[in-house]
Ligand binder design. Structure first.
Ligand SMILES: Nc1ncnc2c1ncn2[C@@H]1O[C@H](COP(=O)(O)OP(=O)(O)OP(=O)(O)O)[C@@H](O)[C@H]1O
Ligand SMILES: [Mg+2]
Length: 408
């Protein structure tokens, strides 16, 4: 369950999220701090500076951000701040009481640099308004947007629970049924948002929350990204935005006409991660992760988790097709296949898509390279290899028999 976070936790998390140090370095510091707790107690911030993981000025800047946003959040009229809920790469989230309605809410405070960009501020309000019009059980409800002390904030439904990322971080690999249950709920949220003209653009485990009753809530709907996706992607490359494990190829390329299929890709990457325990494309450098999204062939998820059904694996592969034209056209289409897989039946639409892409390739007169093989071809290749091996074994056996006959 989620806890309110103290300064040290916030400092450590933000240092990692901003790419100042690695997660492993943070853990080393936390262990060290724990071992010195009784004899020679030291704050995390000082320890990180001592060990050279962050510089003095980096630490100072981080401290200022945390302090300033805290001061600002206490100045938001009509809300009483109850504590911190967490922090991401760009924002701090607080738990608060909305005094007029006497209800608990979550308030996300954006960094000041966002306020300096009028274009961003305009989008922030526009998308906030659009998000506030949405009403769906699987979407974290947007309540309000505003500005206090130079900081922009976003008031939303408070979710008492955890994020999908918390489960992953605890080492959980989801069984297919449980994964389907989560993914279907997010798909419902997306179908609703898309039907209202809103694209999420940042579907990932950290933005998927699960409340105490097991209801899945998609968070950060309508939270405008910094500028264009390509700039966000570039800053992701600079580790200022977290690592781009779930971003769709067209977002990396900076295409402007991003549609719902980018969300299908993000959800596919999330699905992949929770059933295999691995992100679809792994690399040390975020730029390499993005390069792999663009070019590297996906290892089919059922090759990693062999207990996964072929149907679920195909659905994930179609969700994560590099060309958006080869993905599901809409979330409704995806949901139909997810329902079939849940009932133990083959995903009709995914199969069709495999066939269509295969046909298109053949029509294009392209040689079908081993690298770009589809499951049907893989099956044929495997079949041929099996026959070849069997044939060779029989031939060798015959040879041995003939030799034996002649030698006796
Ligand atoms: N509506 C909410 N109710 C309760 N807790 C929330 C809510 N929204 C966010 N949180 C908590 O605050 C944390 C920070 O959220 P935030 O959206 O700033 O970053 P993130 O999604 O974790 O990561 P990133 O910065 O990479 O997008 C979340 O991980 C979650 O634990
Ligand atoms: Mg978030």
């Amino acid at each position: 369950m989620m806890n309110e976070t103290n300064y040290d936790t916030m400092f450590g998390k933000m240092a990692v999220e901003q790419g100042l140090c690695t997660n492993a370095e943070l853990h080393r510091c936390l262990e060290k701090r724990q071992s010195r707790r009784k004899v020679n107690p030291v704050g995390l911030e000082d320890l990180m500076i001592d060990l050279g993981y962050v510089t003095l000025s980096q630490a100072q800047r981080l401290k200022d951000t945390i302090k300033e946003s805290k001061a600002a959040v206490h100045r938001i009229p009509g809300y009483q701040i109850l504590g911190k809920l967490g922090a991401g790469a760009m924002a701090v989230v607080y738990k608060a009481k909305q005094l007029s309605l006497n209800r608990t809410v979550a308030i996300k405070v954006l960094p000041k640099r966002f306020t300096e960009n009028p274009e961003y501020v305009e989008r922030f309000y526009k998308e906030g308004q659009a998000a506030a019009k949405l009403n769906h059980n699987n979407i974290v409800q947007a309540h309000d947007v505003g500005e206090a002390g130079g900081y922009h904030y976003f008031v939303m439904e408070y979710v008492e629970g955890k994020t999908l990322y918390d489960d992953i971080a605890a080492g959980k690999v989801f069984a297919e049924d449980e994964a389907l249950d989560v993914i279907i709920q997010v798909a419902r949220a997306l179908a609703h948002a898309h039907s209202c003209g809103l694209i999420h653009r940042d579907v990932k485990p950290k933005n998927i929350m699960i409340n105490a009753a097991g209801v899945v809530k998609l968070a950060d709907m309508g939270l405008a990204r910094e500028t264009t996706d390509i700039e966000a992607a570039k800053s992701e490359a600079g580790k200022a935005y977290g690592t781009p494990y779930y971003i769709a190829p067209e977002q990396i390329r900076g295409e402007i006409d991003i549609d719902g299929r980018a969300d299908i890709y993000g959800l596919g990457a999330t699905f992949y991660h929770i059933v295999t325990g691995r992100v679809p494309f792994m690399a040390d450098d975020p730029a390499d992760v993005m390069r792999k999204h663009l070019r590297e062939q996906l290892i089919p998820p059922d090759h990693i988790n062999t207990s996964l059904s072929a149907g679920a694996s195909e659905v994930i592969e179609v969700m994560m097709a590099k060309r958006k034209e080869e993905r599901y056209n809409s979330v409704e289409e995806l949901m139909a296949d997810l329902d079939l897989v849940r009932m133990g039946q083959p995903p009709i639409r995914a199969r069709k898509r495999f066939d269509v892409s295969l046909l298109e390739q053949l029509e294009d007169g392209q040689a079908v390279e081993a690298e770009g093989e589809f499951p049907i071809q893989q099956a044929v290749t495997r079949y041929r290899t099996a026959i070849l091996i069997l044939g060779s074994v029989i031939a060798i056996l015959m040879l041995i028999i003939i030799l034996l006959i002649f030698s006796s």
